[in-house]
Design a protein around this ligand. Structure first.
Ligand code: 5AD
Ligand code: SF4
Length: 338
C-alpha cells in the first residue's frame, strides 16, 4: 500500500510508533512536505530539550588507524597523510585547556590506534576526571570487552561508535575486515558496562538506499542510543570513493528530523560534516532537531592533519575563535549554550 505523507506525518505528530515503511515515506518528503517535517522536529526538540545547546569539546589525539575504510582519509592505505600521535602528557594538558575554556565534556577521538592501549588511555581519563565535574567521552573504535571495562573503571562516561550503515553488505564492502554484527555487539557491550552510548550513520554512501537509512533509525531506537551523529558523506581525494558523489544536504536534514521524531530524548549533534557540506550547516541542523555541537578543539599544529574528509569545517580556526563563532550562532538563534 502506498502511504501518503500526510497520514504518516500525523502518526508521527501523535507520537505513534513508526514502521520502516513510514520512515521511508517521511524521508521521501518533497520540498513542501520537508518544511512541515523540519518544523515538527524543531517542536519536538523544544518540548524535550528546551533551548539548551550542549557544547562538547573534541580533541583528536591520533590520526593513526589500523582500518582501511573506503570512505575515510585516515585509512591505513593513505600514505599521503602526515600521521601524528599526541604524547600522553600533551593530551592531558590539551584536555585541561578544554576544561579551562568552560567545557564540561571532553571527547577524546582517534583512529583505531593500538599504541594507545587501554592502560595508557586510563592514565589520561583519570587525570581528566580528577576534578570530579567533567564527563569523558571516548571515540576510539572497536576494542575488546576487557579494554572497554578498564576504560569505564578509569572514569570514562560515554562512548561514540557510529554503526555507519545498517546495510550489512555495504558495511563489509566499505569497511574491509570488519562487520556490522561485531560493531553492534560492541555497542551492546558498552551499554552493558554502563556507558552512555552514541551511534550514528553516514548519509549518501554509494549504494545506500532510503530503506537502509530507515533501518539505521530503527537501529538507533533499538540501541536506545543517548547520542546520534548524522552526517553527509564527503569524498576524500586519497580514498577509493574519491569519484563518488557527496551526500545530499536535504536527505541529511530529513534523516536528522525523522530521528528526532523517533527518539525525542536523544542528543543529536549538528555535525561538523554537515557544517563542512554547507556554510549554514550548524544553523540548519539546529532548526531540524539538533541540540548539541561538538567544536573541534584539537591543538592547531595537529588540526589540519585529521583529514577524515577534506576542508573540514573549523580546522582553520584556533579553539577560542571557533568556540566564539559557534556561541554566536547559538545566541543568534535565541538558543542557550550549556
Ligand atoms: N565523509 C563523512 N563522514 C566520514 N566519516 C569517515 N569518513 C567520512 C567521510 N568521507 C565519519 C564516520 C566515522 C567518523 C570518524 O567520521 O562516520 O565514524
Ligand atoms: Fe579508521 Fe574510523 Fe577512518 Fe575507518 S572511519 S579508517 S576506523 S578512522
Amino acid at each position: 500500500m502506498q502511504m501518503s505523507f500526510e497520514s504518516v506525518f500525523l502518526k508521527a505528530k501523535q507520537g505513534e510508533e513508526l514502521s520502516k515503511e513510514d520512515i521511508v515515506c517521511l524521508l521521501s518528503a518533497d520540498e513542501h512536505e520537508q518544511k512541515a517535517l523540519f518544523e515538527l522536529a524543531d517542536e519536538m526538540r523544544y518540548k524535550n530539550h528546551g533551548d539548551v545547546v550542549h557544547l562538547r569539546g573534541i580533541i583528536e589525539f591520533s590520526n593513526y588507524c589500523k582500518r582501511d575504510c573506503h570512505y575515510c582519509g585516515l585509512r591505513r592505505s593513505n600514505d599521503k597523510i602526515e600521521r601524528y600521535r599526541m604524547e600522553i602528557d600533551e593530551l592531558i594538558e590539551a584536555a585541561a585547556g578544554v576544561k579551562k575554556m568552560g567545557f564540561r565534556t571532553v571527547v577524546l577521538q582517534s583512529g583505531e590506534d593500538m599504541w594507545y592501549s587501554a592502560e595508557r588511555l586510563s592514565k589520561v581519563i583519570s587525570a581528566i576526571k580528577r576534578d570530579g565535574n567533567t564527563a569523558v567521552t571516548l571515540s576510539i573504535g572497536e576494542r575488546t570487552e576487557g579494554e572497554y571495562r578498564l576504560l569505564k573503571k578509569s572514569g570514562a562516561d560515554r562512548f561514540l561508535l557510529k554503526h555507519e550503515t545498517s546495510d550489512g553488505e555495504l558495511f563489509k564492502r566499505l569497511r574491509p575486515g570488519t562487520d556490522l554484527k561485531t560493531r553492534l555487539e560492541c555497542l551492546k557491550t558498552l551499554k552493558k558496562l554502563g556507558y552512555q552510548i552514541g551511534s550514528g550513520n553516514i548519509i549518501g554512501l554509494p549504494g545506500q538506499t532510503l530503506g537502509s537509512i530507515a533501518e539505521d533509525i530503527l537501529i538507533f531506537k533499538k540501541l536506545n542510543a543517548d547520542m546520534i551523529g548524522i552526517g553527509p558523506f564527503i569524498p576524500h581525494p586519497n580514498t577509493p570513493l574519491k569519484y563518488s558523489n557527496r551526500g545530499s544536504l536535504e536527505l541529511t536534514l530529513k534523516t536528522l528530523a525523522v530521528t528526532r521524531l523517533v527518539l525525542p530524548k536523544a542528543n543529536l549533534p549538528a555535525t561538523t560534516a554537515l557544517a563542512t557540506l554547507h556554510p549554514a550547516g550548524y544553523e540548519l541542523a539546529l532548526s531540524c532537531g539538533a541540540n548539541v555541537i561538538m567544536p573541534n578543539l584539537t591543538p592547531m599544529k595537529f588540526k589540519s592533519r585529521y583529514q577524515i574528509y577534506p576542508k573540514k569545517a573549523g580546522s582553520d580556526l584556533e579553539a577560542l575563535k571557533l568556540t566564539e563563532k559557534i556561541l554566536n550562532i547559538i545566541n543568534s538563534m535565541g538558543r542557550k549554550a550549556a
